[in-house]
Ligand binder design. Structure first.
Ligand code: ADP
Ligand code: MG
Length: 234
């Protein structure tokens, strides 16, 4: 019975999300349509170019809303294999570095060797990228972005720390809610996707305020840890 209930909750959630996504995707589409209509009277080449840039970024946004929504809605069982978090981050380093340099950000890696985890590599990569992107976006003036791996309470932890704007106490409870965003061009899906990926890996994800910014911690726990938490033993 418990399973059926969560299934129903899921369908209800997907239904209301489908309505939101239709709304969210229609906004950039309307912008693009408007600009294309304006082109008919456009003679000025510079204005033409800046509008093309806007069109392209709005299409990008619509497309990322759809991609992120799909990865949120998919509850298919994804294939998992054993990998170490620290290895996965080292592998992604060139990508992260390029992005950091472009935004005047110093990347600080503190990668302790952690026990291997049963993970879907693509999903964990996506999770890290979403946290990384948010950190970069919070540090418009540059600063230091740290990515750490270590073991806490017997389980591997992935932590992303930034020296950004911080998160307002009032919105802290909403940041993982789908479509919640404080950004003019945000999708509000990045952290919702992170949470859903974390859940699929039996991990918990939390935001912590720091004196100079924010940190996001993803705690994976261990088999033993899971056993202790399981309701069957209580
Ligand atoms: P988006 O990035 O599209 O706004 P997210 O789900 O990734 O959507 O994030 C939701 C909100 O959480 C952001 O709009 C921002 O207000 C807040 N947030 C997330 N990460 C950070 C961070 N590292 N520093 C400050 N605020 C953050
Ligand atoms: Mg984001």
């Amino acid at each position: 019975a418990e399973n059926r209930l969560t299934q129903m909750d899921k369908y209800q959630m997907l239904g209301s999300m489908a309505a939101s996504i239709a709304h969210e995707v229609r906004n950039p589409m309307t912008t693009v349509k408007g600009f294309i209509q304006l082109f008919r009277q456009q003679k000025d080449l510079e204005a033409y170019h800046s509008r093309l840039t806007l069109i392209s970024s709005e299409l990008e946004r619509a497309s990322s809303i759809i991609t992120e929504y799909l990865s949120l809605a998919s509850n298919k069982v994804t294939e998992k294999a054993r990998h170490r978090l620290d290895d996965l981050i080292r592998y992604m380093l060139p990508l992260l570095e390029a992005d950091a340099i472009e935004h005047n950000i110093a990347l600080n890696l503190v990668l302790e060797e952690v026990p291997p985890l049963l993970m879907n590599e693509n999903e964990i990569r996506q999770l890290l990228l979403n946290l990384f992107r948010n950190a970069v976006e919070a540090m418009q003036g540059g600063g230091e972005l740290s990515i750490l791996t270590y073991v806490e309470q017997g389980g591997p932890v992935l932590e992303v720390r930034d020296q950004g704007t911080g998160i307002d106490q009032k919105v802290l409870g909403s940041i993982f809610t789908p479509f919640f965003t404080t950004k003019a061009h945000g999708t509000g899906l990045g952290l919702a996707v992170c949470r859903s990926i974390a859940e699929r890996h039996g991990a918990t994800i939390r935001a912590h305020a720091r004196p100079d910014g924010t940190s996001f911690k993803v705690m994976f726990g261990t088999g033993v840890w899971d056993l202790r938490l399981s309701p069957a033993t209580s």
